[in-house]
Design a protein around this ligand. Structure first.
Ligand SMILES: [Zn+2]
Length: 145
């Protein structure tokens, strides 16, 4: 029956088994292709807001790396006079920078809204970061999750 091959079948994106090309629902796993197609046009209302917000958050996170790096390095120099806390604070700032950087990258990719938002929250002390956070927050619908 299916000897003519690939032109009349396709592989289900969900379970990978061959199914009729024009089937609306996969007979094996029940994956509904009508829902997928109906949802697709909504993807077009993408704005540049997550991208710009993500870039602002990434730029702001660099401040954490710079500040944390300088603080940690400077404090390490004065380690014998109680610089240990400064090193710790510097490391904390760098960790915050890493979280913010990841959040910014997620925002650019429009995925993992929660982590993008957290990254944005950490850079709020920077005005660029605040703007980035707002841009990410208002474009929640454009995120994949
Ligand atoms: Zn399937």
């Amino acid at each position: 029956m299916q000897s003519s091959g690939a032109s009349s079948t396709r592989n289900c994106v969900s379970c990978g088994r061959a199914m009729a090309w024009d089937a609306n629902v996969c007979p094996y796993c029940g994956h509904d292709y009508r829902a997928t197609m109906a949802g697709a046009p909504q993807q077009k209302k993408e704005s540049a807001m997550p991208l710009i917000g993500g870039i602002l958050i990434i730029l702001s996170s660099l401040g954490y790396f710079a500040g944390g790096g300088i603080l940690a390095a400077g404090s390490a120099f004065f380690m014998d006079v109680g610089g240990g806390w400064g090193v710790l604070c510097g490391v904390v700032l760098i960790v915050l920078g890493i979280i913010s950087l990841m959040g910014g990258i997620f925002a650019v990719q429009r995925k993992n809204f929660a982590l993008a938002l957290i990254g944005g929250i950490f850079v709020v002390p920077s005005i660029l970061g605040l703007i980035g956070l707002i841009l990410v927050a208002v474009s929640k619908d454009e995120f994949k999750s």
